[in-house]
Design a protein around this ligand. Structure first.
Ligand code: NDP
Length: 325
């Protein structure tokens, strides 16, 4: 089978297509024919060395596809079943091994590409809006990169909860996409300094700070996100698209208004099987009942994985990025 293999850290060109032996499922594992693999920002952090990986490796953890074979002791899945996961061992491939206890069934009403497009970012948007900071009706959320994969889902879920969304984007084309997803206000953050950006967010919120800032952009927006919060507001720093956030002194949170700061990651919110099933079940249900609309902004063949990373990192994509082997 063909798979992307990374043998050295570096720029997107280190993502090379190779021929590998077909994987075999061990005890408790599934062998899955990859229908589509989700491309996520974390794979750029791993490829560049920001997050550590043992070399060589096949990138990717998110996929949806069909079970080809099951290992010893697997109950609940059989060949032919459609499954999705955020814990595949290398989803940038034609076939991948998935621990059976980390796979979820894909319901009939959700097609395979949509399942691959939504599971990781959908469960992330789920935990951020239902568990980390559950937005209530009438509250305001600042959502950075609102036309991105995470941004579009967060926007829709805050709106579904009755909240107000102030979204940020770097272009008019992206502003239009965020607007269509339901953002109440859209700020072109490329046109403001940090201080001005926070002031603009307050201005768009009737002079009040926001209840929560969902910030996956990281270094470039961190200060503005803190400054845009109301007293006792929460900064949910969930990503580093522009680079990691430098250290911050706890006193800064006191001076900003007894603020809360958290740096969550999906793994800690779906560690228990029951929690994984709850979040995945809600996300698939929300697609079927129209609460969530999924925008696949770009689809690439496996051989163009490097281009997919380049486009994601150069801010050229909107919505979800997929690889289809
Ligand atoms: P996006 O589709 O949101 O793409 C990233 C966007 O960030 C860009 O399109 C761009 O939007 C914006 N951006 C701002 N500055 C930069 C920069 N310097 N370089 C690149 N992009 C920039 O990606 P995802 O939806 O896949 O991920 C968004 C964030 O969420 C990432 O940081 C990711 O790591 C994080 N994440 C965290 C998870 C968790 O559990 N903690 C799980 C999933 C994702 P614009 O052009 O409008 O500025």
């Amino acid at each position: 089978m063909r798979a992307i293999v990374v043998s050295e850290l570096g720029d997107p060109d280190v993502l090379r297509l190779s021929d590998r032996d077909d994987p075999k499922p061990g005890p408790g594992e599934l062998l899955v024919q990859v229908g589509a693999a989700g491309v996520n920002f974390i794979e750029t952090y791993q490829r560049s060395g920001l997050y550590q990986m043992a070399l060589p490796y096949t990138p990717g953890a998110e996929l949806a596809g069909q079970v080809l074979a099951v290992g010893e002791g697997v109950a609940g899945f059989k060949p032919g079943d459609r499954v999705a996961t955020v814990d595949a061992r290398g989803s940038y491939a034609e076939q991948a091994i998935v621990p059976a206890d980390r796979a979820v069934p894909v319901p009939d009403g959700v097609d395979t590409e949509t399942a691959a497009a939504v599971l990781l970012q959908g469960m992330t948007a789920h935990y951020l809006t239902q568990s980390t900071y559950p937005v209530r009706g009438g509250e305001t959320a600042l959502v950075h990169a609102a036309a991105g994969g995470m941004g579009l889902l967060l926007t829709q879920l805050v709106k579904a909860a009755g909240g107000k969304v102030i979204g940020t984007t770097s272009s008019e084309a992206k502003a239009k996409i965020a607007d269509e997803a339901g953002a109440d206000e859209i700020v072109r953050y490329d046109q403001f300094t940090d201080d001005e950006l926070a002031a603009e967010v307050l201005r768009r919120n009737g002079g009040q700070g926001v209840h929560v800032a969902y910030d996956g952009v990281g270094a470039a927006t961190f200060e503005a996100s803190l400054a845009a919060l109301r007293p006792r507001g929460m900064l949910v720093s969930f990503g580093n698209a522009s680079g990691p956030v430098p250290p911050v002194a706890p006193l800064r949170l006191s001076q900003g208004g007894s603020l809360f700061l958290t740096r969550p990651t999906l793994g800690h919110y779906v560690a228990a099987r029951q929690e994984l099933e709850w979040r995945a079940g809600d996300v698939f249900r929300w697609i079927q009942d129209g609460t969530l609309s999924i925008r696949v902004g770009a689809t690439y063949p496996l051989s163009e994985a490097a281009q997919a990373h380049r486009d994601l990192q150069e801010r050229k994509t909107t919505g979800k990025v997929l690889l289809v082997p």
